[in-house]
Design a protein around this ligand. Structure first.
Ligand code: ATP
Ligand code: CA
Ligand code: CA
Length: 448
């Protein structure tokens, strides 16, 4: 909700939420470092911890210039275990989360959630409703079970669940993986549910620079679907099938497959055009008089505000994070990027093959799933299942313990999630993705 140009959530300035949660995450990751690693116990899933952050600071927390707030961390040990499973080192997590101000994303969803993206592009923090937060807590043991049995999954990777408490208001937040790295240009992106009812991007959404389209838009843009090699197709469909089975077992509905499409052919054309533009500009500069020199002024449009920079320094020095100098930070970031990407690419999510991305060209983006459009353009797909915290069971306000999610005799409530899962799989496997025919697309025998 925008008020007088300021983005607010529950009437709290978004900047305050962002700064405060950075302090909170800083504290919790820091204090976890003193607790030795150990096996996960059942009660780790229900555990929570609340820390007070008075502006003047305390023996445990630094002074800050936000308002007085409290920060609750859900299941700290369990999430540490998950982060470890996803190969995210505590230092890297801390660095991504607190070393730089986060960017706020404009949310195409209807729920009014705010999304923050960490500066290094690795993580997304989403505000969630109370019932979604409660549901994720209940889901954790099952989520853990699924991860241990099935590490190849398109389900969201959850890295933390928090509640920011200020002025008797609660803002609940979940940290998860960012599916669409912003250094790879998405030529289009779709939020697909397999339903057609009102599944068209709004006018306002379509006018954005990078809109998120929906099912009906996809059918219009790709009436023949998107083609995958047989092995890739099978791997993707098997992954979706297993994931849907898990979602159905928790009576989860309304999730989507987020599909970002990088078009390699368009990207190559864009690159050529840019080179020509640059060459022209250079020529013009040479031909022009020496007065053209001011062209080289520094563009600091995206420099963070002084206030944020100060806060950042305060945070960095408090934690004494190594390498927060500009050079050090950049080095660490690119190292992290390589390492994290290696564990979270779309291609890796569907195949157990660690070398899956090796065939790609040198300067081509990494980690996408290779595909073709029906007119034979080369595509890379970045995909994942999102928005899985809506359970039919909770909507019906039935008793919602972990046990009752699993063992309920209510057949009506099982029916809708199972219908949703089936329709979702059918749409992805039959309309959205297709197996590349074994004969060449453009010269099929029938067209001779
Ligand atoms: P609603 O409940 O109205 O559908 P929401 O507020 O719950 O919306 P989501 O459905 O989770 O929001 O996400 C909305 C949009 O945000 C997605 O369509 C996608 O564009 C973007 N998004 C969500 N999660 C991710 C992610 N993990 N990585 C990249 N983009 C994401
Ligand atoms: Ca959604
Ligand atoms: Ca939602």
């Amino acid at each position: 909700v925008a008020e007088g140009g300021e983005v607010t959530y529950k009437k709290i300035q978004s900047k305050q939420i962002m700064g405060s949660i950075q302090l909170g995450i800083q504290h919790t990751v820091g204090s976890l470092a003193s607790k030795p690693k150990r096996d996960l116990l059942m009660n780790d899933f229900w555990e929570m911890e609340t820390i007070a952050f008075p502006p003047e600071g305390s023996s445990l927390t630094p002074a800050h210039h936000y308002s007085d707030f409290r920060f609750k961390v859900y299941a700290p040990i369990a999430f540490r275990y998950f982060r470890d499973l996803f190969n995210i080192e505590p230092d890297d997590f801390l660095m991504s989360m607190v070393a730089s101000p986060m960017r706020e994303l404009s949310n195409p969803g209807a729920s009014g959630s705010i999304f923050y993206l960490t500066d290094d592009d690795e993580f997304i923090i989403k505000t969630v409703q109370k019932k979604e937060c409660e549901f994720l807590q209940k889901l954790l043991p099952g989520y853990y079970m699924n991860l241990s049995q099935n590490p190849r999954t398109l389900l969201p990777k959850f890295f933390g669940l928090y509640c920011f408490h200020y002025n008797s208001k609660n803002v609940r937040l979940v940290a998860m993986n960012n599916l669409l790295p912003s250094d790879i240009k998405m030529h289009s992106k779709y939020d697909l549910k397999g339903s057609t009812f009102r599944r068209k991007a709004s006018k306002a959404e379509r006018q954005k620079a990078s809109p998120t389209f929906k099912d009906l838009d996809f059918a219009e843009h790709h009436p023949d679907g998107i083609f995958l090699e047989a092995d890739t197709y099978t791997a993707l469909m098997n992954t979706i099938k297993r994931d849907c089975m898990v979602l159905e077992s928790f009576q989860i509905m309304d999730y989507s497959l987020l599909v970002g499409i990088h078009n390699l052919d368009i990207a190559a054309k864009e690159k050529r055009e840019e080179r020509i533009r640059n060459a022209r500009a250079k020529l013009q500069r040479k031909e022009g008089s020496a007065a053209a020199a001011p062209l080289a002024t520094v563009n600091d449009d995206d420099a963070p505000e002084a206030d944020q920079v100060n806060q950042l320094h305060a945070v960095a020095s408090y934690a004494s994070i190594p390498g927060t100098s500009a050079a050090g930070l950049n080095r660490t970031r690119s190292m992290n990027r390589q390492r994290l990407v290696a564990h979270s690419t779309a291609m890796e999510s569907i195949t157990a093959d660690l070398d899956a991305t090796i065939e790609e060209g040198d300067d081509e983006p990494k980690g996408g799933i290779p595909a073709r459009s029906s007119n034979d353009e080369r595509l890379l797909l970045y995909i994942g299942i999102i928005d899985i915290l809506q359970s039919y069971r909770l909507e019906k306000k039935l008793e919602h313990t972990f046990k009752s999610i699993l063992y309920n005799g209510d057949t009506v409530s099982v029916c809708r999630p199972s219908f949703y899962a089936k329709r979702f799989q059918d749409a992805m496997g039959k309309q959205v993705f297709k197996k590349t025919p074994t004969f060449p697309l453009k010269h099929s025998p029938s067209k001779r």
